[in-house]
Ligand binder design. Structure first.
Ligand code: B12
Ligand code: SF4
Length: 475
């Protein structure tokens, strides 16, 4: 039986997390590979780093590699390594780890994937020998296809969806990513048994807990993949396509019930991009949670589609244990929101918030994007007015970032909207895409970047002055 080692890359220096979460990408991949007869092991380097630092030991990747990791590698002797890179900022640490691996075990092939390798796949493969392959986008099916070709000679690399590889002459070949899994219910649940769940627990004593439940972590759930809205700054379509692909309410609640009954879990975070895109489905999920007597709490930190919000939806979700969500309001200006690619209107936003306000325990985090090329003093003014009128308890003011491959990037190139020079090669190492909120990369036509920074500081201090602690994440 072939042995596949899954490695979750460590985090970058500039973004240290105290909380760690059970990551879904490796566990989805693990369960699919196991279903197809592979022996799989998972090492969450990122989580081990967090645990070490929590215990007071500074994490040094080289020392960790030569010590604990190398021992486990030689003891198990994998046939292939899959390297997971959750976000762009973890790409450099992933390269460092892959380079150490290649130096120690040159014959061990490494494939990487995730949003960052997907965006820059061909460039990375052209420049870096530490990766042998890249798999673009959603990979449960395509990785199985690839391993069948690699280990058993079934089919050719040229036919593997989304694979980027070097041909016999060393030329990089990038296959198109065209196939997305239609029936997500057919996927096995993430292989939760591969992690020691306790390694992901942390202090939740300050978390909102209206049902007074006992929990020390949140489990992430993906109940649907992708999103059809097409915001001009969004890069997600490159990984998951642009069609909303939902799991059925039954399959979704089966997973929740499995985690509730077999793992004693009562707090969940629905990480979908647009959980409420299909209102009927969301209501059915909520009703099914209630019907099965699952006494849980859940949040939606990654987004809720406001267009479908009505009394019926909110009431059903609250009865099922919903306590908080982030909503992508983006701006107070209808015109600017349309420029971003959203049809959502201010009227719909106010209507949704009027419903939310009826539930005292609900915490809504308003997410805004500042500094689009078309941002003006007037649109910033409209945003501030909306923030005041919505009386947001929590708020996130992000700065627009033109990720390569998005319509916003192309627009910024065409209209020269960059606030500074963006390198033309090795874009995958460009730090502006790593820690993007620091200094705006876009210079709006009618504003300076300093105006955006000042506005952000002003709004945050206004919100703080209204209610101390309002912008804390979970308490
Ligand atoms: C859950 C999540 C989180 C969780 C992470 C939990 C965890 N344990 O890792 C939390 C909330 C902690 C989080 C934090 C952050 N996140 Co996050 N997160 C997500 C989210 C919503 C879902 C990811 C997920 O689990 N998807 C489900 C799985 C099945 O899909 P997947 O991850 O894409 O994996 C599939 C493919 O990509 C591929 N694949 C992935 N890896 C690999 C590896 C190999 C070898 C192969 C073959 C294939 C492969 O196969 C997988 C299965 O199909 C995504 C948005 C999204 N919809 O993907 C953002 C997202 C990945 N996060 C993002 C960001 C920016 C962050 C933060 C930096 C935010 C911040 N400023 O703090 C932090 C960084 C955290 C850290 N330390 O690394 C961005 C990344 C953008 C970018 N280019 O960098 C995204 C895309 C959101 C967005 N639209 O902007 N995040
Ligand atoms: S709504 Fe969110 S996930 Fe959908 S396109 Fe816009 S930013 Fe991307």
């Amino acid at each position: 039986m072939k042995r596949i080692l899954l490695l979750n890359a460590p985090g970058p220096e500039f973004l240290k997390f105290e909380e760690s979460h059970i990551p879904l990408a490796p566990l989805y991949i693990a369960s699919s590979l196991r279903q197809h007869g592979y022996e799989v092991r998972y090492i969450d380097v990122h989580n081990e780093e967090i645990l070490m630092e929590r215990a007071g030991t500074a994490f040094d990747l080289e020392a960790y590699f030569t010590g604990s990791l190398s021992e486990r590698l030689s003891a198990w002797a994998p046939d292939f390594v899959c390297m997971f890179v959750h976000f762009s900022g973890r790409f450099r640490p992933a390269v460092k780890l892959a380079t150490l691996l290649k130096a120690a075990m040159p014959g061990l092939p490494i494939i990487t994937g995730g949003i960052h390798p997907t965006m820059f796949a061909v460039d990375i493969m052209q420049d870096m020998s530490c990766f042998d392959y890249i798999m673009k986008g959603e990979a449960e099916a395509s990785l199985v296809e690839f391993f069948a070709a690699y280990f058993e000679g079934k089919g050719s690399f040229a036919d593997v969806d989304g694979l980027v590889y070097r041909d016999a002459s060393g030329q990089v070949v990038g296959n198109k990513k065209a196939k997305f899994i239609e029936d997500l219910d057919a996927l096995p649940f993430p292989a939760y048994d591969m992690v020691n769940v306790k390694d992901y627990s942390y202090d939740t004593s300050k978390w909102q807990n209206p049902r007074n439940l006992d929990f020390d972590m949140t489990y992430h759930l993906i109940t649907s993949r992708s999103c059809p809205i097409g915001c001009v700054f969004c890069s997600l379509f490159m990984v998951h396509g642009n069609r909303f692909r939902p799991r059925s309410p039954k399959n979704t609640v089966d997973e929740i019930e499995h985690l509730y009954r077999d793992y004693g879990q009562s707090y969940f975070s629905i990480m979908d991009d647009n959980f409420t895109m299909n209102k009927r489905r969301a209501v059915e999920i909520a009703n099914e949670i209630v019907r099965r007597n699952l006494v849980i709490q859940f949040d939606m930190p990654h987004g809720m589609f406001l267009e479908t919000v009505d009394e019926e939806l909110v009431d059903a979700l609250v009865r099922a244990g919903w306590i908080r969500a982030s909503v992508a309001v983006e701006t107070g200006s209808d015109a600017l929101r349309r420029t971003m690619g959203k049809k959502l209107t201010s009227e719909q936003i106010y209507r949704a918030f009027d419903i939310f306000k009826k539930y005292e325990h609900l915490r809504i985090n308003g997410c805004f994007v500042l500094g689009m090329p078309q941002e003006t003093r007037e649109t910033l003014g409209e945003t501030f007015e909306m923030i005041k009128r919505l009386e947001l308890k929590n708020l996130a003011l992000h700065v627009a970032t033109p990720f390569p491959g998005t319509p916003l990037y192309d627009y910024c190139v065409a209209h020269n909207c960059f606030s500074r020079k963006v390198p033309q090669d090795k874009l995958y190492y460009c730090e502006d895409f790593y820690w993007y909120s620091k200094t705006p990369l876009i210079k709006p036509f009618a504003l300076e970047v300093e105006d955006i920074i000042e506005f952000r500081t002003m709004v945050y201090s206004y919100v703080h002055s209204q209610d101390k602690g309002r912008i804390a994440y979970r308490d």
